[in-house]
Design a protein around this ligand. Structure first.
Ligand SMILES: C[S@@+](CC[C@H](N)C(=O)[O-])C[C@H]1O[C@@H](n2cnc3c(N)ncnc32)[C@H](O)[C@@H]1O
Length: 252
């Protein structure tokens, strides 16, 4: 079953109005600062934020780079990013309308799970200048012991998600695409599951199904995610992996 671009755009158009408050991680300054640090920005650098959404990551690069370009396929999301960008481009990440070697930094947070892979990562490699930095940030399962339950939760929460990651998966894709100095960095975000699942684009049935996965989850899952249940609140410690990588000099 392949999810089409139209379905992705429809999903994020439904979420656009409340996107910025739909997860704790969205506006988490600690996560954005970690991304900025990993990108080692310089004052003349050209930044590309792939799947920029409402611009929450680009915003963190204010005053840190020479130029900020955002790319996304959902106008209702990306229209909100304009204040944080020098240029906004509505186009798919798999076919970016930029010449080779146009940017010193490419970042993408919570974007590649909706894309054709590895095509989108190969495009990121193409548009980066030699020596350019890539930072990809994604929710991941902790490992094989929570992945079945966690991927079910992620699938229920976002029906247009196409890919699910374990630690090491994104690192391997980056290496295969030609990146070097590839490293994964862990970041844990504390999410109130009821707030996180109320994303404006899924039914109450799906939100209840998510709660049921937690209620019947294995001890291993509950332990890895340090799940807190009680007093009407359900809290999950969700793992992000930020992958940093460099396009080697002389690479094409
Ligand atoms: C979960 S949001 C992330 C937004 C932003 N990066 C952030 O961290 O807040 C995912 C975004 O990916 C965009 N997107 C999904 N598939 C895409 C594709 N193939 N090309 C470009 N953007 C895409 C969606 O339109 C949406 O705005």
């Amino acid at each position: 079953l392949t999810v089409g671009t139209d379905e992705v755009v429809r999903h994020f158009t439904a979420r656009a109005a409340k996107y910025d408050t739909s997860s704790a991680w969205c506006g988490d300054a600690g996560l954005v600062n970690a991304i900025v640090d990993l990108a080692s920005p310089g004052p003349a650098d050209r930044l590309l934020d792939v799947a920029c959404g409402t611009g929450l990551v680009s915003k963190g690069f204010a005053g840190r780079v020479g130029r900020r370009v955002g790319l996304d396929i959902t106008e209702a999301m990306a229209g909100q990013a304009a204040a944080h960008l020098d240029e906004l481009v509505i186009a798919p990440a798999e076919r970016m309308p930029f010449p080779d070697e146009s940017f010193e930094i490419v970042v993408s947070r919570q974007g590649i799970q909706f894309m054709d892979l590895p095509a989108a990562i190969e495009e990121m490699f193409r548009v980066l200048a030699p020596g350019g930095r890539l930072v990809l940030v994604n929710l991941c399962a902790y490992g094989p012991h929570d992945s079945a339950e966690y991927f079910e939760i992620l699938r229920l929460r976002n029906p247009v998600r196409r890919h699910f990651f374990l630690p090491g998966d994104v690192e391997n894709m980056a290496r295969t695409a030609g990146f070097r100095h590839v490293a994964g960095h862990r970041y844990v975000s504390i999410e109130d599951v009821d707030a996180w699942s109320d994303n404006g684009a899924i039914s109450g049935d799906r939100r209840e199904a998510i709660r049921n996965v937690y209620r019947s989850a294995s001890a291993e899952f509950l332990n890895l995610h340090s799940v807190e249940m009680g007093e009407g609140r359900l809290v999950d410690h969700m793992l992000f992996i930020a992958v940093s990588a460099i396009k080697p000099d002389g690479a094409r």
